[in-house]
Design a protein around this ligand. Structure first.
Ligand code: KIV
Ligand code: ZN
Length: 512
């Protein structure tokens, strides 16, 4: 029987660490349900000790998810580990992932600790965690740039203290495939008790090699767990992408010889959900989930595919969920059909009243747009008026006037702490005028570092999905808004970004 490759998804922890990608509890839960549907083996739900919000998100995911192991990150100290264990209470299967940096550079400059202090802290942390849960993962942060002899000593010791998984991060994305694969192989050969743990790879994508490095860790090094994120989401250039790893191992089973538990049909929906929730748009030529991933534009390719699909296609688009992109509902669809589709999409509403609010929004949208796609429904249920997030700012209505040769004018009504306010402004274009009208009241002083518009389902009839990224006092947040009118979508995205900017979500950084 072939070995199984464990897929450890860290979209909700390492992915979420990306500036602007932070998610609230409901968003995280919705993504966790999609990951469960994908049959991901382990979901790293957050870093419980980093903030109350993260603690609650881990706790809520630990209660709701039954089929995947739920993991919390924790630094190598008793307080963090206790917090992680507390948040994970009630999970069907719980894992604590504790880490401490082991490279000379990180120990000296960041931790200001001697190697002996780090060694001792790693040992005690794993011992402490093993007294709380049976499944303990240990990561030597910046492991790939650590001294081999020191790393062997630390890892041998934490395995004897009961660590069940050893994860070797290439924290800064410095590795190249052959060297990283051999690094894992050497560790496994030199550490006498290495067979008592599962070996895991965790690669960042700074040089665009995260997937290649992870695959080398599996093939050359013998790792049997890969840590990855949907769409490769993550700080800087991101993490190893789940969809690419999974489809590489599945498509080239002849080479890797490994089994996977993943139900690949749900990959595309997961990709869209993460992109829509975080505002991180997927590039069209992204492998597996990009809009062009299965599009054959050249005549020669089209001709070949029509004659025999495998002339140019190595995977079937439907195996990763592309056929799900069909018209699902329309103006005449009833509440039951809508509710059923929400269930199929993994959206759980807290009450019948919430379903009614979402259904009313759906009807409004169906009046303006004849074909409603899954993406429209997901955008609609993320809308703050449906999620009932207690937000400071909410969109009410907007009117704008633009005419060739005239300076555009906008007037917007929105709520500020429950009270309606009206703002008016002119601007370079209707979007600029609308956002200036908001800013005239809010006076956030934030700098806009990104503005992007994307057609949710491809045509001009589609809803426009706008992402606005704001930066203020070192904080970066993304706001997303969707509407068939892109000026309205822009105003919603701006208000959503302001809500995030003004929320008190200060947290401890995992690699700070
Ligand atoms: O990249 C890294 O080193 C990490 C650890 C915290 C596992 O994310
Ligand atoms: Zn990482």
């Amino acid at each position: 029987m072939a070995d199984k490759l464990i897929i450890f998804d860290t979209t909700l922890r390492d992915g979420e660490q990306s500036p602007g990608a932070s998610m609230n509890k409901d968003e995280k839960l919705r993504i966790a349900r999609q990951l469960e549907r994908l049959k991901v083996d382990v979901i790293e739900a957050g870093f419980a000790a980093s903030s109350n919000g993260d603690f609650e998100a881990v706790q809520c995911i630990a209660h709701a998810i039954k089929d995947s192991t739920i993991c919390s990150l924790s630094r190598a100290n008793d307080r963090d580990i206790s917090r992680a264990a507390e948040a994970l209470k009630g999970a069907n299967s719980a894992r604590i992932h504790t880490f401490i940096a082991t490279s000379a550079l990180h120990m000296e400059k960041k931790l200001r600790m001697t190697p002996e202090q780090v060694f001792e802290q790693a040992r005690l942390a794993v011992r402490f965690a093993r007294n709380l849960v049976a499944d303990v993962e240990f990561s030597p942060e910046d492991g790939y740039r650590s001294d081999m002899d020191f790393l062997c000593r630390v890892l041998e010791t934490v395995i004897s203290e009961g660590a069940t998984t050893i994860n070797v991060p290439d924290t800064v994305g410095y590795a190249v495939p052959e060297l990283y694969g051999n690094f894992i192989k050497t560790l496994r050969e030199r550490i006498p008790n290495s067979d008592k743990a599962i070996w895991s790879v965790h690669c960042h994508n700074d040089l665009g090699m995260a997937v290649a490095n992870s695959l080398a860790g599996v093939k050359i090094g013998g790792a049997r767990q890969v840590e990855c994120t949907i769409n490769g989401l993550g700080e800087r250039a991101g993490n190893c992408s789940l969809e690419e790893i999974v489809m590489a191992v599945k498509t080239r089973r002849d080479y890797f010889g490994l089994d996977l538990g993943i139900d690949t049909k749900h990959i595309l929906a997961a990709s869209r959900m993460v992109s829509q929730t975080t505002g991180f748009v997927v590039q069209p030529n992204k492998a597996v989930v990009g809009a062009n991933a299965f599009a054959h534009a050249s005549g020669i390719h089209q001709d070949g595919v029509l004659k025999a699909r495998d002339t140019y296609e190595i995977m079937r688009a439907e195996d990763v969920g592309w056929t799900a992109n069909k018209i699902v509902l329309g103006k005449l669809s009833g509440r039951n059909a809508f509710k059923q589709r929400l269930i199929e999409l993994g959206v759980q509403m807290e009450s019948e009243a919430d379903i009614n609010t979402a259904f009313a929004k759906f009807k409004e949208l169906a009046d303006r747009k004849s074909e409603i796609f899954d993406e429209d429904i997901l955008a609609l249920v993320s809308d703050e008026s449906v999620t009932h997030e207690k937000e400071q700012y909410g969109f009410v209505s907007l009117s704008q006037h633009s005419e060739t040769g005239e300076r555009p004018q906008a007037s917007i009504v929105f709520t500020m702490d429950g009270k309606e306010v009206t703002g008016s402004s002119d601007g370079n274009g209707p979007v600029d005028a609308s956002l200036k009208a908001i800013e005239a009241h809010v006076k956030s002083g934030a700098e806009m570092v990104l503005y992007s518009v994307n057609a949710i389902s491809g045509s001009t009839e589609s809803q426009g999905e706008v992402t606005v990224r704001l930066q203020n006092s070192g904080r970066v947040v993304n706001g997303v808004g969707a509407d068939p009118d892109i000026v309205v979508a822009s105003a919603k995205a701006y208000l959503s970004a302001l809500n995030k900017l003004h929320s008190k979500a200060d947290r401890v950084a995992a690699q700070g």
